[in-house]
Design a protein around this ligand. Sequence first.
Ligand SMILES: C[S@@+](CC[C@H](N)C(=O)[O-])C[C@H]1O[C@@H](n2cnc3c(N)ncnc32)[C@H](O)[C@@H]1O
Length: 223
Amino acid sequence: MPDDDQSGRLQQSWQRNAEAWTRVVREARIESRRLATDRAILEALREREPARVLDVGCGEGWLCRALAAQRIDALGVDGSAALVEQARAAGGRFEHLSYAELQARPRRFGVFAAIVCNFALLDAQADRLLGALAEALEPGGALLIQTLHPWSLAGEGYRDGWREERFAAFAGAFTPMPWYFRTLESWFALLVGAGLRLESVREPVHPQTGQPLSLLLVAVRAS
Ligand SMILES: C[S@@+](CC[C@H](N)C(=O)[O-])C[C@H]1O[C@@H](n2cnc3c(N)ncnc32)[C@H](O)[C@@H]1O
C-alpha cells in the first residue's frame, strides 16, 4: 500500500481510537509506560529546564499536564480532533493541528526550548516535519524523540517498513494502526537530514528483565 494511504489510515485510527487510548493512558494500563518510559521522557525534559515546550502528537495530553504541574509552559498539538477534545477536557493548552499544517508554518506558535515527540512519529515521511521542528527550536533548544526500541521488533526483519499495531493486549477495544518501523541507522539519517545533531541516546530498560523499552533521542540544531 502506498505511503499516503497508510498515513491516512494511521491518522484515522487516532480519531477512532481516541476514547480507548485516553482510557488506557489515564488508567496506566501500558506496562512499559508505567515502569520506565513516562519517567524517562519527563526526566530528559526536566534536565534541560526548558521555559517553553511543544508536545507534538500530544494525544490526550498527559505529558503537557505533567510539565504544567512542574510550572513548565507546555503546548500540545495533535491531528486527532477527538484526542484534542479529551486533552482540553482534562485541562491544559492544546491545538488541533495536523503535522502537515505544522510543517507548513513551523513558527506559528513561536519558538521553543524543547520540542517533544513521545511515541508520536509513526509515519514514513517524517523528514519535512523534523526539518520544520528544527526551525521551531530556539537557539540551544532540543528535539526529544521517544520511540519504540528498534531491538523490540528486530526479529521480524531489521529494515524500515510499515507494520501493523493490533493493540492485542486490549482485546478488541482498538482499530488496528499502521506505523512505520525505523532502524537505528534510519533514525540517525532522519535527524541529520533535518539539520539536527544527535546529542544523546537513552535506552530505558525493563527493571526486571533488562529488555529495552524505548529509544530516546535528544537532538539539537546542527550549527
Ligand atoms: C501513540 S500516540 C502518543 C500520544 C502522546 N504523545 C502520548 O505520549 O501519550 C500518537 C499520537 O500521534 C498523533 N499523530 C500521529 N500522526 C499524526 C499526524 N500525521 N498529524 C498529527 N498527529 C499525528 C496521533 O493523533 C496520536 O495522538
